[in-house]
Design a protein around this ligand. Structure first.
Ligand SMILES: *Cc1c(COP(=O)(O)O)cnc(C)c1O
Length: 340
């Protein structure tokens, strides 16, 4: 079985398991876990921010950042297909009690600065006031597109003109950095906070990071505790995360494998394949007469797993547990299964 459902399915390698076993640990709620402290320092350094906070999941990281930036009853501006709106169970409403105002970010899922200026509302007797702008890079639902840092800068500038902070859901921002051929630091230069996942393409078994200013992270630490994310001897899981931080450059391989997979899938009659920019391949199944669900069942019977993204859209994701041979063979098997 070739599992291309997500880059979260990777298994920790021997080095990560050894790092977990050998990790020096302490109680991280007391800030006494040297491994977590090191991870937070190195993660902050990687994105060029003052401080960072280790969190159990990307979802919790986003929700902590949103809650920490805002006051109850404000509005958040975010893209209509963004993960924070679409895939986090309405957490923005449940945890932060915000009203969501969505912007259509078009094919690349990035709103324009004009949209931000237009949709911003100033707090008064009738209006809630815009408390946060959230953007996403790479944009998952749009097929892992790697948004250029200048586009993020433009949105951030529009928000900052009105003193509105900007959070970047950068679950795969390292993929965006590699695809744009810039340092991770550059990808987050103009935002106030970023969340990125260690447990996706970077290969760690658990964990994500939120980064921002010292003052922001100090408050985010309290929010993490509030959300039940204060962990104790977390160095055991943070140690593989430290190893994962070294895997940024390796993501280029996933991107090449995604392109190889896409090229081959595109040769299959009836499949519409979006050209990948990173490690995500979106496949439109409509011309085959199959729904994404039916297509994925056929693929699974042939030993290839993906996930349904829409009625006629399936997603495949490359990661470090699959190599070039695996993806080439996967495409062949899908082709044969559809013809058969
Ligand atoms: C995966 C993902 C998340 C959430 O990460 P989890 O660790 O699965 O909670 C958030 N945002 C985006 C864009 C993602 O792809």
């Amino acid at each position: 079985m070739t599992d291309l459902r997500s880059d979260t399915v990777t298994m920790p390698d021997d080095r990560m398991r050894e790092a977990a076993r050998d990790a020096e640990v302490g109680d991280d709620v007391y800030r006494e876990d040297p491994t977590v402290n090191e991870l937070e320092a190195r993660a902050a350094d990687l994105v060029g921010m003052e401080a960072a906070l280790y969190v159990p999941t990307g979802t919790m990281g986003n929700q902590i950042a949103i809650r920490t930036h805002t006051d109850r009853g404000q509005e958040i501006l975010t893209e209509r297909e963004s993960h924070v709106v679409k895939w986090e169970l309405g957490g923005i409403a449940q945890f932060s009690e915000l009203q969501v105002r969505t912007l259509d970010g078009g094919e690349r899922g990035i709103p324009t600065p004009e949209q931000v200026r237009e949709e911003y509302v100033e707090e008064d007797l009738h209006r809630p006031g815009t408390g946060l702008v959230a953007v996403e890079n790479t944009h998952n639902s749009k097929g892992g597109v790697a948004i250029a840092p200048e586009k993020i800068d433009a949105v951030a500038e529009a928000a900052h003109e009105r003193d509105v902070p900007v959070h970047l859901d950068g679950a795969r921002v390292m993929n965006a950095a590699v695809a744009n051929d810039v340092a991770p630091e550059r990808m987050v230069e103009s935002v106030d906070s970023v969340m990125f996942c260690l447990s996706k393409g970077l290969g760690a078994p658990v964990g994500s990071v939120v980064a921002g200013t010292e003052a922001f992270i100090e408050r985010a630490r309290r929010t993490r505790k509030l959300f039940g994310g204060g962990m104790r001897q977390a160095g055991v899981i943070a140690a593989p995360g430290l190893v994962a931080l070294e895997n940024v450059d390796r993501l280029a391989e996933d991107h090449e494998n995604a392109r190889a997979l896409a090229d081959r899938l595109a040769e299959i009659e009836g499949l519409g394949v979006q050209e990948p920019e990173t490690n995500i391949v979106l496949v439109d199944t409509e011309q085959t007469g199959l729904t994404a669900e039916e297509f994925l069942e056929t693929a699974a019977d042939a030993g290839v797993r993906g996930v349904e993204f829409d009625t006629h859209v399936a997603r495949f994701c490359t990661h470090w547990d699959v190599d070039r041979e695996d993806v080439v063979e996967a495409a062949e098997r899908v082709g044969e299964a559809l013809e058969g």
